[in-house]
Design a protein around this ligand. Structure first.
Ligand SMILES: [Zn+2]
Ligand SMILES: [Zn+2]
Length: 144
């Protein structure tokens, strides 16, 4: 499944203080097992959707947390200050216009399906992934 070009889907945090509309198409959907995703979500992996920033129409004012990312830049995670619900992540490297949306924040997460598993080097031994999906030790190489 994928968000078709020009299609709009809705999402938001657990308490509803922050809502958004995403306009398709997404660039990718992956399962990310990196350590930071584990710590930020308290789960074995998180399901992420790659978008360009202008594809997210945000209503509300998320809190943020910034730390150093794997690729050398800074990574900022945006979440609801009321309920703690994770929403999306942005980077600060020049030309980095990708926004990483948390698939579980969509009202209907079934509009997408993961195409790969990334950062499998960090995955906990008890987490399970679709054996048919391509797996990458770290970031998935892709052309912009
Ligand atoms: Zn909330
Ligand atoms: Zn991650």
């Amino acid at each position: 499944m994928a968000i078709g070009a020009g299609n709009k889907v809705e999402g938001g945090c657990l308490c509803g203080a922050i809502r958004y509309t995403v306009t398709g198409p997404e660039m990718f959907t992956s399962q990310c097992c990196c350590k930071d995703c584990q710590k930020a979500t308290g789960t074995g992996h998180t399901t992420i959707i790659g978008l360009r920033r202008e594809q997210l129409d945000l209503r509300g004012d998320p809190k943020t947390y910034t730390n150093g990312g794997d690729t050398g830049g800074k990574v900022t995670r945006h979440f609801c200050g009321e309920c703690g619900g994770r929403l999306y992540t942005t980077g600060d490297l020049p030309g980095d216009e990708v926004l990483i949306l948390q698939a579980g924040s969509l009202d209907d997460p079934n509009v997408v399906s993961p195409e790969s598993v990334i950062y499998v080097k960090d995955a906990p031994s008890w987490d399970f992934f679709d054996p048919d999906l391509p797996k990458f030790e770290a970031m998935q190489p892709r052309e912009r």
